[in-house]
Design a protein around this ligand. Structure first.
Ligand code: HEM
Length: 337
């Protein structure tokens, strides 16, 4: 997942050591900021003096990201300059992709600051956010979904039948085009049910009340930090029948052949919000859904996922950057052919 996100971010297919170096730098940054920097939410004018060593360490970690990212950003700047000219048949054309997230950042200008472009430091921070936001979330979601498929073989069988009906005896991947063309309602329902029961983030990012609000008789004063109990919403027995069971059919029309209307954006009402809702909704919702559909479909197409006797699926949770399986999934994979 990380390799894929690095490619999308910088538009370059890097070799394994280079990807690992970026992954290590990102993990170190993420662990440090989530464990040590939350203290600065409180009285920052005071805490920034009391805990200045923490700021120094965080600065060092950011410099490491800078060291790794800036050459890639610079390469992309030069690639963009050359675009329009004939692309030479060199190593570059095999490993360099036509579009990347960095390209979009290089095009950004800030009208309120005299139309200046983003600085390298700002681009580094945004790339870091992109890599962190898009990897652990999707891989955590994927692990929970596969765990449910191991525990519910009859659902896995239904999904495999849908995949076979879509691909026939085709040996190739279940491609994005096939998923879109065939619609694959069972696949989509499995993903939605997985995200309802096991949202990778049990909270969204901290939000702030823009004005005084009354909610359920309580005053939320302007400026208050607020958050939302994402997991509890998806597991609410008042909203969802058999909330703690894995029932993808709840997202299908009665005849089971069509996906029922699902409002992931919260425009009509909010019953689950694994990606948040409203203005700050996950910027990667569509790509995340596509990644989950693609990986689940292909992993089920290639293997039957079975429970192992002394390594039963354990749905206990552990809070890391996302809420992961406390005891990671250890299934037996039986090749389909
Ligand atoms: C299953 C996978 C994913 C889940 C469950 C997920 C969930 C979320 C959630 C809950 C938020 C916070 C929303 C809020 O504060 O209201 C968020 C924000 C964000 N996500 Fe995702 N995400 C996923 C995948 C991705 C991917 C693949 C990308 C990028 C490629 C991405 C990029 C972002 C960004 C940039 C933000 C910050 C948006 C902002 O602050 O305005 N996410 N995501």
């Amino acid at each position: 997942m990380f390799c894929l996100l690095v490619l999308m971010c910088f538009g370059e297919r890097l070799d394994e050591p280079a990807v690992r170096a970026i992954e290590d730098a990102e993990r170190a940054w993420l662990l440090y900021i989530s464990r040590k920097l939350t203290v600065f939410f409180f009285l920052p004018a005071v805490t920034k003096h009391l805990f200045r060593d923490r700021l120094r360490v965080a600065h060092g970690l950011r410099m490491r990201q800078r060291e790794l990212f800036v050459p890639l950003i610079q390469a992309r700047r030069e690639y963009k300059k050359r675009q329009g000219q004939a692309v030479p048949t060199t190593k570059e054309s095999e490993t360099t992709f036509q579009y990347s997230y960095v390209d979009t950042l290089l095009d950004v200008t800030l009208p309120e600051e005299g139309n200046r472009p983003l600085t390298d430091d700002e681009i580094v921070a945004l790339c870091s956010e992109f890599l962190n936001a898009g990897t652990d979330t999707t891989s955590t979601g994927l692990q929970w979904i596969m765990a449910e498929l191991v525990k519910n073989p009859e659902v896995q069988k239904k999904l495999y039948d849908e995949i076979k009906a879509t691909c026939g005896d085709d040996d190739e991947d279940v491609s994005e085009d096939k998923i879109e063309a065939a619609r694959m309602p069972c696949l989509k329902a499995v993903i939605l049910e997985g995200l309802r029961k096991h949202p990778p983030g049990h909270f969204v990012l901290p939000h702030k009340a823009a004005q005084d609000m009354e909610v359920g008789g309580y005053l939320i004063p302007k400026g208050t930090t607020v958050n939302f109990m994402v997991a509890e919403m998806g597991r609410d027995e008042g909203t969802w029948e058999k909330a703690m069971e894995f029932v993808p059919e709840r997202f299908l029309e009665e005849d089971g052949n069509k996906l029922a209307a699902v409002d992931m954006y919260g425009t009509k009402g909010i019953k689950m919000m694994p990606f948040g809702v409203g203005r700050r909704i996950c910027a990667g919702l569509s790509i995340a859904m596509l990644h989950l559909e693609y990986f689940v479909a292909n992993m089920v197409k290639e293997f039957e996922w079975k429970e192992v006797a002394d390594k039963e699926v354990d749905f206990s949770e552990k809070r890391e950057f996302t809420t992961v399986m406390a005891n990671p999934l250890c299934p037996r994979l039986v090749p389909r052919n």
